[in-house]
Design a protein around this ligand. Structure first.
Ligand SMILES: [Zn+2]
Length: 50
């Protein structure tokens, strides 16, 4: 389990995503943004220690 800081590329919101797999190899990730209210592309900023 790891926590990743994601940044929405549409609104700039930064939030934490908890996933059980390594996403550090991914350039960007398509995920639901609660601020945009829809799925958007996100940049992976860093991993947060648990
Ligand atoms: Zn957003």
């Amino acid at each position: 389990m790891a926590r990743w800081v994601l940044k929405c590329l549409e609104c700039g919101e930064e939030w934490l995503l908890e996933v059980s797999y390594d996403i550090s190899e991914m350039d960007r990730i398509y995920h639901y943004c609660s601020k945009c209210g829809k799925n958007t592309f996100h940049k992976i900023l860093r991993m947060e220690p648990l």
